[in-house]
Ligand binder design. Sequence first.
Ligand SMILES: Cc1ncc(C[n+]2csc(CCOP(=O)(O)OP(=O)(O)O)c2C)c(N)n1
Ligand SMILES: [Mg+2]
Length: 334
Amino acid sequence: MDKIYTKEELLDMYRNLKFGRLFTLKMHEAVYKGLIRSSFHTPYGQEAIGVGVVSAMRKTDWLAYTHRFQTGMIMRYDPYGFIAELFGLYDGIKNGTAFDYHLADLNETGKHILFILGTLGGTIPMNTGFAWARKMQGKDDVCVVVHGDGGCSEGAAYEGWNLAALHKTPNVYVIVNNGWAMTVPLRRESAVEDISAKAAACGLPAQVADGNNILKVRRVMEQALEMARNGQPNVVEFKTLRWEAHFVGQGNDYRDDKEKIQASMEDDDCVKNFERTLLAQGVLDQAYIDQFTAESQQHLDEMVERAAQSRKSTYDEIYTMEHLYATPETGGKL
Ligand SMILES: Cc1ncc(C[n+]2csc(CCOP(=O)(O)OP(=O)(O)O)c2C)c(N)n1
Ligand SMILES: [Mg+2]
């Protein structure tokens, strides 16, 4: 039977989901205002995956995220620090040196964010190794490695999955199958529609679920985490659709599935669907939605204004940053 969540758990998921959508809209606007000068990869349409996955995880479980996983990341990190980091400014989580894609926090008492590589696919074997090391150390935390459909078409992914299945590393591999990798549709990158079938061929149990239904995402993820904690690495594939271009400003002319996008926006919007479900169950009412939306928008406006006032890190500050370089000032340690 499906797990039943408490009202507080449901409201918590809702707030994170709605805030994630509003955050995306605000960052989209920030690109056009010239406040974000790196690429911003909008997660429109797939926000439920970030929220569902992170809400199922323990804070001590490790997360290797992707460039389109912002809704999960702002649950782990203070959104203000994340915004200032996106703006490349001193107030950012890594003082504006990592932007949104190269944050890592391997401190035992920190945010448990794993290293990720800009080279797609490589994150998978690297964090299979990390999980293997944790197992050898006798820890019971799970390493969740998120990847897109495109990233899973890189050879490195299969090396990682093979090692995981063989050595029973405590990993859950999350595949966000949104039908596109940059300008390449799924049908031109993979002969198999369910990418997870390829992980299954390596010996990993696989589940496929609707990524636009936050409750399904969370339930499937909870099962996957339990399985991994009990010694069985596995893979979950969430089906969704990328609504926009790869990054803000790319343009969407190459998309040949505009009708599908339209239908998804109208009938399969993860935020609207969850709102409808919670309204029908009486967990919240329209007044709650309106008030939360207004408060979140104000909060986002204030954070953007404050972040925009932050300064850039100086050369000397960057050079001596402990989290970037091992220097004489840090005693040669990272
Ligand atoms: C090995 C490699 N090839 C190409 C790129 C450039 N690149 C960055 S993101 C991306 C598309 C990724 O698609 P997917 O994994 O499906 O994630 P999505 O953008 O859909 O979330 C590409 C091709 C890269 N970073 N690494
Ligand atoms: Mg993709």
